[in-house]
Design a protein. Structure first.
Length: 122
């Protein structure tokens, strides 16, 4: 088993990506190559950056990958706002995905801060 597979934040990111894929399926065909693909790429990037960062040689490098994961996560949230504004999916349907994104964001931030702390303690 790889290090990243044991991380709670990685498992949460996988679950979130599943949620985003399910949301993307609700979008109209006209968004196939725009909002849908962008949102899926961003969600996938969260997972991939956590995995790639876990193999880094330094805490600083791992923090960099976690920062990219956070940016990608926020991109999926922005996509949810666009989906709501276009009325493709109503706010009530998006609330579970949005709440889960907040929990994942907090976990990613906590992990990134813990790496900063361990660097400061050295």
């Amino acid at each position: 088993m790889y290090k990243f597979e044991k991380l709670d934040v990685y498992q949460m990111a996988l679950a979130y990506t599943d949620m985003i894929y399910n949301l993307a399926e609700k979008l109209p065909k006209s968004e196939e190559h725009n909002l849908k693909s962008q949102m899926i790429r961003a969600a996938t990037s969260v997972v991939l950056n956590i995995a790639e960062g876990s193999t880094s040689q330094s805490d600083m490098e791992q923090r960099r990958f976690l920062s990219m994961a956070i940016r990608s996560l926020l991109e999926t949230v922005a996509c949810q706002h666009l989906i709501e504004r276009r009325r493709y999916v109503y706010k009530e349907e998006l609330s579970k995905d949005y709440e889960f994104s907040q929990m994942l964001y907090a976990k990613l931030q906590a992990m990134r801060r813990s790496l900063q702390k361990s660097r400061n303690e050295k």
